[in-house]
Design a protein around this ligand. Structure first.
Ligand SMILES: Cc1ncc(COP(=O)(O)O)c(C=O)c1O
Length: 290
């Protein structure tokens, strides 16, 4: 299901678009929910999960909570499209706090208001808090990376890898890099960012690569694991998205295509002549309208 595909010689992409919730974020969501269930922080039938997201983590959470019948309430920032709101509701989320958002309260503060007033609201909330919950790293270190390592070994690639990834929370970048190194691969990395953004310096421009460079420095990105950084223009990303589709028949999302664009650029450099390049298809492109 989460197979790797050979795009061209020495370039492989791991598909995460077939996860429940349709992205890699299901893995972090699932482990966070399972951990909270184990610790008794979530009691099915009593607890409601609350989170601020309008993106892939929301869809992942709904899928992760579904088997246990745990309700999910989401605070979706006003920047997210109506289509995404409608679909989140369609798959079972309750969208809360719209009046507060409209009056200028931030999504984070909307969550705080709900947590402070949960008794009056008749709720017992568990806040998954993806930007402060490091369990997301483990999901990628012990699941995504270990799957990927076995798939690469099966594919017969050599020991030298170049992982080209991006960061929102940074959990997948850090987890995948650590996990591949633990499998004995000689891994170097490239962090991909939208043109004009510098997540390390906290510099963010308006861009349409939903999921990367999200306006805060990625809390779980271990900068000591980042060997190189590369910026991508929107048009370059679109070109790579089309190229990838032509070669594979798979329509990847914007962040995935941005990484493919950088991988295409680097793979022909002499310094990577004996290296296999890896990217992640974080999600599919159908969401994103040009
Ligand atoms: C499409 C997409 N790509 C990349 C990322 C970055 O993932 P992470 O939070 O693991 O850094 C996200 C996160 O939401 C995403 O939705």
């Amino acid at each position: 299901m989460n197979t790797i595909i050979k795009v061209i010689d020495r370039l492989f992409t791991k598909l995460e678009i077939n996860n429940l919730g349709s992205s890699h974020k299901y893995r972090a969501a699932c482990l966070i929910i399972e951990d909270a269930l184990r610790k008794g922080s979530i009691i099915p039938g009593v607890t409601t999960v609350i989170e601020k997201t309008g993106g892939n983590f929301g869809f992942g959470l709904i899928a992760a909570c579904h088997p246990y019948g745990i309700p999910v309430e989401l605070v979706v920032g006003l920047g997210f499209s109506q289509a995404k709101r409608d679909l989140l509701e369609c798959v079972g989320a309750q969208l809360i706090g719209k009046h507060l958002l409209l009056s200028g309260v931030s999504p984070k503060d909307v969550v705080s208001v709900h947590l402070e007033n949960q008794v009056q609201l008749g709720k017992s909330y568990y806040y998954t808090d993806q930007f402060n919950n490091p369990i997301g790293i483990d999901a990628h270190r012990y699941q995504t990376a270990s799957e990927l390592a076995c798939q690469l070994i099966d594919a017969g690639v050599g020991n030298k890898l170049l992982f080209v990834g991006c960061a929102g929370t940074g959990a997948s970048f850090t987890g995948i890099t650590l996990g591949l190194k633990e499998y004995g691969f000689d891994v170097s990395t490239v962090l991909v960012e939208p043109f004009g953004c510098d997540s390390k310096e906290g510099l963010f421009t308006d861009h349409r690569f939903e999921g990367m460079a999200v306006g805060v420095s990625p809390p779980f990105l271990d900068w000591s694991l980042v060997d190189r950084r590369s910026q991508v223009e929107h048009t370059e990303m679109l070109t790579a998205q089309g190229w990838f589709h032509q070669l594979t028949g798979i329509y990847i999302g914007y962040t995935a295509a941005a990484c493919v664009s950088v991988a295409q650029r680097l793979i022909s450099l002499p310094e990577y002549a004996d290296t296999t390049c890896i990217t992640i298809a974080y999600d599919a492109g159908f969401w994103y309208q040009n």
